[in-house]
Ligand binder design. Sequence first.
Ligand code: ACM
Length: 702
Amino acid sequence: MRKSNTIVYALLLAAVLLIGRSKASAQSVIPVPLKVEQESGIFHISKTTRLYTNLKGKEKRTLADYLITLPAPFNAGINGKKNARENVIILQKKENAGRRQSAGNIPSSPESYTLEVTPAHILIQADTDAGLFYGLQTLLQLAEPAGEVAWKVQATHVEDAPRFTYRGFMLDVSRHFRSKEFVKKQVDALARYKLNRLHLHLTDGAGWRIEIKKYPRLTDFAAWRPEAVWKKWWFGEDARKYCEQDDPHAQGGFYTQDDIRELVQYAAQRHITIIPEIEMPAHSEEVLAAYPEFSCSGEPYKNADFCVGNERTFTFLEDVLTEVMALFPSEYIHIGGDEAGKAAWKTCPKCQQRIKEEGLKDVNELQSYLIHRVEAFLNAHGRKLLGWDEIMEGGLAPNATVLSWRGEEGGINAVKTGHRAIMAPGSHCYLDGYQDAPYSQPEAIGGYLPLSKVYSYNPVPAALMKDEAGLIYGVQANLWAEYIPTAEQCEYMIYPRLLALAEVAWSDPARKSYPDFRLRALQAVEWLQTQGYHPFDLKNEIGGRPEAAEPVRHLALGKTVKYNAPYNKSYQAQGDKTLTDGIRGDWTYSDGAWQGFISRDRLDVTIDLEAELDIHSVGADFIQVVGPEVFLPAEVIISVSSDGTDFHELTHLTHEVTKAEPITFRNYGWQGIATTARYVRYQARAGKEFGGWIFTDEIIIK
Ligand code: ACM
């Protein structure tokens, strides 16, 4: 009897501890604050609790409008008296804000705040209304529901400040259009996690998404297509065609100028700046279908790049940017700049004429001619140019800021030449990659970016000097939407990974710990679910590819590999030692463990075991990711030799390459009764029909 009582108590205690874990506390805030001290006592928020602020004018009205959107009793608004000190939440902008005298020793930032929770009152202090807003966000995360219209908050002292000024998220609304309501919902989440920039990728080949009064065809036509799902539209029978808005099959959409004003205001109320991106000179198929006169060919469906030789192109771009600047008060206007093919410019008489007249060297300088000219236009209107790191090719415009996506190199080069940079390298910041084992996930563009990897990112490369590091303006996560047809899937890709980015962007690296963050992220996922979001359910995470967990031992480990055909330089992994280093690849071919061979080159290697050995198996894994044209091999030949000259074939396998499995892994090998050999030759080639790439990580000989 006594014994079973003990067990019951133990179970009860465990249950209390478990429930306790899932509740809000100072340990649950994302991003983790600079300094948190729990104190004794509890503040009870109820219907009788009042809220007071010394904010005035527009700042006060903005706060009041925001409070209305919160749960009760916060939605009662600003209803407290100036001198109240009991049962009150005070948001106090410091009077001496001009001369900074922050409490404690928190770094100087206009967004810093202190939050003091005592059993009698809650006091949030900051130099700016933005700081007060972030203090309020921390309070909202600390508050635990305690019945209807009632919350309780553990007495706590918080001092907090952001690491970076620019804490961004990019949403691609071209590939699949997302509603105004959807964008607002994400703005709410961004605000909760103290992100402050929403970069909208408004234009691209898949559809133009913003009303421009002067060019109605952009939204009567270039915003619509006869197929909703990007993948079917891009690769389908009647691929990449747009249609009229009133076509019965029309899919897509755009934001009217009123919609944009509403979004900008909604975001501003939450201290988020929306940065519009208008792509140029490339990724502009949709514009050039609607207005072919701005392309080199003059015909629709021929070009993706604007004609830079044509003066009317600049009239168009300036007209569009003029309307865009009138809608978005942002410091930055993003002008794209990435992935220009530039091929048509090489033979276009107008482009060649421009190159000659301007004394440009080549088409790269023609691209930078356009960027410089557009920058001068933006600067003349009091705005700054932001662009993808290609804007540096051919010479960076003088005041431009670089958004570094092809790794960190663009950002590093930018700060070394005195420009600001924002880091968003594909390796850590591209949320369109798989967040868990691909077989368990909806089809993604490829790659593998688990929560832990986003979290591990440090936007300040170690190689930078202090003044250069100071030019790293911030960090941004990007969500490209080619493979994301629905709103639910979009949220699934965003959360919880964006929370990891938020902590990268806001928190002091010394305060970061992945195991601790993961516990907080599990709670945040539950909270997001209760609020109607569709996050990836982190508690079901499978994790990395089991093979990649630890090095594999086998007969060829560390042995010399002779390449009878070259591996591709872009995917060389660890070079000549890759295939016998014992390191297995993870869920993505770009992780430095998988080596790539383009179809015309094939994989053909000979491994020297340095002595005649008994062999009973030879095999290699291949990865297939259909999106980026990485396929399983069509043919594999394995042969052995004692002298390196005369080879004896052990097996010759063929396989019909199909696109049926978007992402898969398969081993191709031989097993048999032992054979004796010193040299093992492994050949594999891609299929003829699709070409593309083959990738393997290790040739395992036993
Ligand atoms: C990009 O991902 N093309 C910026």
